[in-house]
Design a protein around this ligand. Structure first.
Ligand code: FES
Length: 153
C-alpha cells in the first residue's frame, strides 16, 4: 500500500480544517512546482498555541500532513511549534512516499509563516513569550527572564 493507515485517516478525516476569523497569526505558503497552497491560522495566548486551523488547496498528502501538524502543535508553546519539522510530521504519519515528502514541507512552512505573522503584528510579545518560556524551563525566579548571564541581577 502506497499510503499508511494514518495518512489515509488524516486525509479522509482532517483534524482542525477551516479558518479562524479572529486569528492572531495567519501564514500562507505555496509550492511553486505543483501550485498547491496552504493557509494556517493560529490563536496564541501568552506564548501558547490555543487553537489552530488550516485550509489547503493541495493534494491528499498536503491535507494529511497539515492535519497531523495541527494536532502536534495545538496546546504547545510557540517555541515547540517552531521546532516542528516536516520529518517529525511524516514520522508521526508512519511515512510518506518519497515523491510526496515535499507536500509535508508546506505544513512546516505554514506553521512558521503564521508564527512570523503573529510576531510581526505583536513584536512586544516576542520578548515576553521567549522570556516566559525560558523562565519556565530554567525555573529562574529573578524576574528578569532567566537568562544565564546576569546572576539574577
Ligand atoms: Fe503539491 Fe502535494 S503535490 S503539495
Amino acid at each position: 500500500m502506497l499510503y499508511s493507515d494514518k495518512v489515509m485517516d488524516h486525509f479522509r478525516n482532517p483534524r482542525n480544517m477551516g479558518t479562524i476569523d479572529d486569528a492572531d497569526g495567519i501564514g500562507e505558503v505555496g509550492n511553486a512546482k505543483c501550485g498547491d497552497i496552504m493557509k494556517m491560522y493560529l490563536k496564541i495566548d501568552r506564548g501558547i498555541i490555543t487553537d489552530v486551523k488550516f485550509n489547503t488547496f493541495g493534494c491528499g498528502s498536503a491535507i494529511a500532513t497539515s492535519s497531523m501538524a495541527t494536532e502536534m502543535i495545538k496546546g504547545k508553546s510557540v517555541k515547540e511549534a517552531l521546532m516542528l519539522s516536516n520529518k517529525a510530521v511524516v514520522e508521526a504519519l508512519d511515512g510518506l512516499p518519497a515523491q510526496k515528502i515535499h507536500c509535508s514541507v508546506l505544513a512546516e512552512e505554514a506553521v512558521k509563516a503564521a508564527i512570523d505573522n503573529y510576531y510581526e503584528k505583536n513584536p512586544e510579545s516576542f520578548r515576553e513569550d521567549l522570556f516566559r518560556l525560558e523562565d519556565d524551563e530554567d525555573s529562574c525566579s529573578s524576574g528578569c527572564g532567566g537568562c544565564s548571564g546576569c546572576g539574577g541581577f
